[in-house]
Design a protein around this ligand. Structure first.
Ligand code: ADP
Ligand code: GLC
Length: 480
């Protein structure tokens, strides 16, 4: 039995700010339990919902020297859907209203977390063969494994892999501060190790010192080796390309299933969506205060409202798009200018635009299960899960051809009768608008063709089945 430890800053159902939580929460369940014992360790945030905190039980606690102080480290645990979870407790670090806030504080918080998680392992009595790190928050784990923890017999031979979910976020701060907090020698703070462009960079540390590197789609694995997508680390990623692989994300097919989804007024499947899904559309139109009308082309958006997701393109053509016979239902939070942009268009085109500027799992499921199309014109997209959820619910994705969007949405070809969505290549607002209008034309004028696109979309399999196997292949390979 091979032992794998996931270490991550977020994980469903306990806490989620984005797709990272979905991946960390669903992948361990789907890894073959006959050969792998996969456990997860994460912070215990005070802002977690009480029902989850109630599930946790105390395991142990200890004090750890950290940043010139002796710090409390509590360890809690619970088993959820067959997976063993551990939680690192320290109220002064994890007491905020959200997992992330001010970057300077976050840097200290997650260096603490990395060190505490490693220190807790002998007390828990779990010695992993591989520690699987996720994103910059866990970037120091591979570094510590090669450094201070190397001396301890317990840690001998533990391998590490880091998965890059988003290269944009690297956890950078000045060298002196990071070095002091981390308690690492000068040796590590050179441009071939943790230093990048004069600052200390936690993700870079992870990439340099992990035994393997993965990212969440094949296309993104290629893109990040280029200047445009490389976020300043493309040189390093090219240098480590032999150890870098792309494994596309899956989604939890039990959680996201239109046939059983308790958030949907009307459940449906690949056979009866023609009759049943439209009932959800009517219900959502009513709930959103839009015209209840089957013929309107209803476009959904569920997203963090950031530049990454292409909202400047949307802002640019919103007025023009709203001249058409469309409805746009948005759910998201993020940058103020985009929140206000949608509030503004909701006010201006009240019967066409519904802006929901908050976080809601229920509404997200309703959007996936009701809209005709789903818009995701990302500037870059490591994988993207929303388009996978849309495909699963027969909501036709309209995406830009980048990263995981390119790998998972196949553009409609009207001559060959193929494709599961619509896509455009250049980061250009009018190219996007033309693609939306093309999709709308197929929806309005060629309904049978449209429904066949849905047939093909719903027939795709983006459960974890294939990708979990790719991770286990990698684990096996690492331990050979
Ligand atoms: P990212 O991780 O870059 O934000 P993904 O597409 O990988 O993008 O994952 C986003 C996840 O967050 C999806 O599960 C999506 O449904 C969810 N999500 C984003 N915004 C909201 C929101 N406002 N309310 C509910 N769920 C949201
Ligand atoms: C990041 C990426 C997103 C990806 C998710 C899970 O948040 O932005 O594209 O799907 O991580 O890997």
């Amino acid at each position: 039995m091979k032992k794998i430890l996931f270490i991550a800053s977020e994980c469903v159902p306990f806490i989620k700010t984005g797709g990272l939580a979905d991946v960390v929460g669903s992948l361990p369940k789907l890894i073959d339990k006959r050969y792998f014992d996969v456990r997860v360790i994460m912070p215990k945030y005070m802002c977690m919902r009480q029902e989850y905190k109630d599930m946790m039980e105390y395991v142990t606690h200890f004090y750890m020297d950290f940043n010139y102080q002796s710090r409390y480290v509590g360890v809690l645990q619970c088993v959820y859907q067959g997976v063993q979870f551990y939680f690192i407790d320290n109220e002064s670090y994890f007491g905020g209203g959200a997992p992330y806030g001010n970057i300077r504080e976050d840097i200290e918080k997650f260096i603490f977390f990395d060190k505490a998680a490693l220190s807790a392992l002998p007390l828990i009595g779990f010695k992993p063969d591989i520690i699987h790190c996720h994103d910059w928050q866990t970037g120091l784990v591979p570094v510590y494994l090669k450094d201070s923890f190397r001396a301890g017999e317990f840690y001998q031979g533990i391998k590490s892999v880091i998965t890059i979910h988003n290269l944009k976020f690297q956890g950078t701060w000045d060298v002196k501060t990071v070095q002091t907090i981390a308690g690492l020698p000068d040796y590590y703070f050179t441009p071939d190790k943790l230093e990048a462009y004069k600052d200390a960079n936690l993700l870079k540390g992870g990439i340099v010192f992990a035994d393997c590197i993965t990212t969440v789609s094949n296309t993104y694995a290629e893109e990040i080796k280029t200047g445009f997508y490389g976020e300043g680390l493309d040189g390093l990623l090219r240098a480590r390309s032999g150890d870098l692989r792309g494994i596309v994300n899956g989604i939890d097919y039990d959680e996201y299933d239109p046939a059983t989804d308790s958030f949907l007024v009307h459940k449906y499947n690949a056979k009866n969506f023609r009759k049943e899904k439209i009932k959800n559309k009517r219900a959502l139109q009513e709930e959103m205060g839009l015209d209840v009308d089957d013929s309107k082309f209803m476009i959904g958006i569920v997203s963090r409202l950031t530049d990454q997701k292409g909202f400047d393109l949307i802002a640019y053509i919103m007025d023009e798009l709203c001249q058409d016979d469309v409805q746009i239902v948005v759910l998201g939070t993020g940058e103020e200018r985009y929140e206000n942009m949608f509030r503004h268009f909701d006010w201006k085109y009240n019967n066409k635009v519904a802006a929901n500027i908050y976080y809601s799992e229920a509404l997200s499921h309703k959007i996936y299960g009701s809209c005709d199309a789903f818009l995701m014109p990302s500037l870059f997209e490591p994988c993207g899960l929303s388009q996978l959820m849309s495909l699963r619910y027969g909501t036709v994705p309209i995406v830009r051809e980048t990263g995981g969007l390119k790998d998972t949405v196949f553009p409609y070809n009207e001559f060959e009768g193929t494709g599961t969505g619509f896509s455009f290549m250049n980061y250009n607002a009018h190219e996007m608008l033309a693609t939306i209008r093309y999709a709308k034309r197929i929806f309005t004028e060629r309904k049978r063709e449209w429904n066949k696109i849905i047939d093909r979309a719903m027939a795709m399999d983006f459960s974890w089945k294939a990708s979990a196997g790719k991770y286990t292949e990698m684990y096996d390979w690492m331990l050979e």
